[in-house]
Write a protein that binds this ligand. Structure first.
Ligand code: SAH
Length: 370
């Protein structure tokens, strides 16, 4: 049996044993274990990104995506008064493709390019190896860290594409005027199944439920991204001494909505999130209103929330596509398909949202006109 299959069996077995001994676990606990367990978790044991793998992301669709992020960052660098040193952080850099497109684009602003020190936050050893290869030929030093506090001193730029959607969520369900946590327990046939906490949420935890949904109708389900708790603290701390500008791109609604968005994907198809633990990608939609509120509560400023389609167009998507197509026979149709995929309302353009978070004293970065 291939080694990977042996380890997958182990994660399922471990989960079954743990739940039968200690009782049901939260969706957040399940996500963390399945995605990040160092021995058997989804990310630490593979590179899941690409046409032949489990899912594809915007930087992998077209180089234009990372190039426009690069132009945006050069703009932010100017807004921070052209610092001599810029700490450039990426959360969950995947194959390193977006960073590579950013660094190549940055060369057109040599002082910006020279100022950059790169810091990558990556949970997957397999992907660290891919990133090292992708980024090995750039002049900038590339550092890997697992701590946002450990990213050098001075002005900080941060980017995160499809990172927040893998942070753990907790789910709560309203029943008979009470809120219960949705947990993962065992069926009579010893398979994982969803269940509710035996007792309602304690009064101290009721503050987790968004106030506008507190009185929602029976069976309403809400998701709270527990993985975001404290997330903005290091950025807010940094913003006390240095300018900070961060860009978040992810899939999810602009305003908080009730409903279950917890999903699993394998080989580009949605699959059962409770089957093949550690072998499939688990995500939940990012609630950008929740993200905005958390950043503001930490004392940071936020931009408007815009769709990916709108942001890319404001950053010059069509102009860059035209420039790339010109003179390359046969490239035009391919580039047009990529542009469509990234920006059309029926593809990624509407579902994906973009928001910037920045320190006081900086004006709203470009790309966020509504
Ligand atoms: N940004 C990339 C990859 C998105 S997939 C792209 O757009 O192609 C999610 C990425 O986040 C992967 O690199 C994954 O290994 C990483 N990741 C997921 N959870 C993480 C965590 N808790 N800490 C650090 N990296 C994490």
């Amino acid at each position: 049996m291939p080694e990977q299959q042996v380890s997958l069996v182990n994660l399922s077995r471990r989960l079954l044993r743990q739940i039968s001994q200690d009782g049901p676990i939260s969706v957040a606990h399940y996500m963390t274990l399945c995605l990040l367990d160092p021995r058997h978790g989804y990310y630490p044991t593979r590179d899941p990104i690409g046409a032949g793998a489990d899912f594809i992301t915007a930087p992998e669709i077209s180089q234009i995506f990372g190039e426009l992020v690069g132009i945006w960052l050069a703009n932010c660098w100017q807004a921070m008064a052209n610092p001599k040193t810029t700490q450039l952080v990426e959360l969950g850099p995947g194959k390193g493709t977006m960073m590579s497109d950013i660094l190549r684009t940055a060369r057109s602003v040599p002082e910006f390019s020279k100022s950059i020190q790169v810091h990558l936050l990556e949970a997957s050893a397999a992907l660290v190896a891919v990133q090292a290869k992708t980024l090995g030929s750039f002049a900038q030093t590339i550092n890997w860290t697992d701590d946002l506090n450990d990213t050098g001193s001075g002005p900080l730029l941060l980017v995160a594409n499809e990172y927040l959607d893998c942070l753990p969520v907790r789910q709560f369900v309203r029943k008979n005027d009470f809120w219960f946590e949705r947990l993962i327990g065992l069926s009579e046939t010893n398979e994982l199944q969803f269940t509710l906490s035996p007792t309602p949420l304690a009064q101290t935890e009721m503050k987790l439920i968004p106030p506008n949904l507190l009185q929602a109708s029976d069976n309403t389900l809400v998701e709270i991204r527990s993985g975001l708790s404290g997330f903005f603290d290091p950025l807010a701390e940094r913003a006390k001494t240095d300018p900070v500008i961060a860009l978040f791109i992810d899939y999810g609604p602009a305003s908080s909505q009730a409903g279950d968005s917890f999903q699993a994907v394998s080989k580009h198809q949605k699959v059962d999130p409770l089957k093949r633990a550690g072998e499939v990608d688990l995500t939940a939609q990012v609630d950008f209103t929740e993200l905005k509120r958390m950043a503001e509560q930490a004392g940071l400023l936020t931009s408007n929330i815009v769709t990916q389609g709108s942001w890319l167009q404001q950053m010059g998507l069509l102009e860059r596509a035209a420039a790339l197509s010109s003179g390359k026979l046969g490239a035009r149709a391919k580039i047009a398909r990529q542009v469509h995929r990234l920006s059309d309302d029926n593809e990624m353009g509407e579902l994906f949202k973009v928001m910037a978070v920045y320190s006081k004293g900086i004006s709203m970065p470009v790309g966020f006109d509504v």
